[in-house]
Design a protein around this ligand. Structure first.
Ligand SMILES: NC(=O)c1ccc[n+]([C@@H]2O[C@H](COP(=O)([O-])OP(=O)(O)OC[C@H]3O[C@@H](n4cnc5c(N)ncnc54)[C@H](OP(=O)(O)O)[C@@H]3O)[C@@H](O)[C@H]2O)c1
Length: 189
């Protein structure tokens, strides 16, 4: 059933942070916009570092494109020791034990390699890889975090090559810092 994971019980969640105008990165890759926040939104929630850490502990595996991998290394590697697969057609030097590189088709990656091993699989970008997963119907859930900023230019969320598909809203969380999390499941209609 779409949105409820596949037959093995694993689920692919696509998570990205987007600006209000639909960009996930500045052209120069500067990520200062991720730290912006407006005035405090009183009705919003905030989560403690412990809550955030416990949430992240529930993620079994990260998947990312090679450009996001490179950028994550530059930023100081936010994925800890959680198993991570970097998708690439190139050969890379090994940098961390938790990282493996994958070249090949994405369907095989998810169905044959990841699903038998991991339940909670997080696809964390970038736009090109997300587009590949979405166009093959490999995403069960989209978690879109909207940042309270207009960037004006940059890398488009999902690019422009997708065909129309319906998604069911499952949850909305507004934070005191002005960010909003939207969770959608792939629709069965
Ligand atoms: N705001 C956010 O939440 C967020 C999240 C993630 C990333 N980002 C930003 O997004 C930017 C990177 O995104 P991007 O779209 O340019 O690149 P990307 O998706 O991270 O990486 C693209 C690369 O991944 C590999 N790849 C992608 N699809 C593939 C496929 N189907 N088969 C084989 N290899 C595939 C290719 O690697 P090779 O060229 O090595 O073959 C391709 O060049 C960075 O600036 C990053 O910081 C933002």
């Amino acid at each position: 059933m779409p949105g409820e994971g596949n037959a093995t019980g694993s689920r692919v969640t696509l998570h990205v942070v987007s600006s209000l105008d639909g960009f996930i990165a500045r052209k120069d890759n500067n990520v200062s916009w991720l730290d912006v926040h407006g005035s405090v939104y009183e009705s919003g929630v905030s989560i403690s570092e412990e809550e955030a850490a416990s949430f992240v502990k529930g993620i079994d595996c990260y998947v990312l494109g090679s450009r996001t991998y490179e950028h994550a290394l530059e930023l100081g590697w936010p994925y800890g020791d959680t198993p991570t697969v970097a998708v690439t057609g190139r050969t890379w030097p090994s940098t961390r034990e938790s990282v493996e590189f994958y070249s090949g088709d994405l369907e095989t990656l998810v169905r044959a390699k990841l699903a038998p091993r991991y339940r909670n699989i997080w696809l964390v970008g970038g736009a090109m890889l997300c587009q590949g997963f979405l166009s093959l119907g490999l995403v069960d859930e989209i978690r879109l975090t909207i940042a309270p900023v207009l960037l004006g230019d940059g890398l488009r969320l999902f690019g422009g090559l997708l065909t129309e598909s319906n998604w069911d809203l499952r949850n909305v969380v507004a934070y005191k810092n002005g960010f909003v999390d939207l969770t959608y499941a792939a629709s069965s209609v």
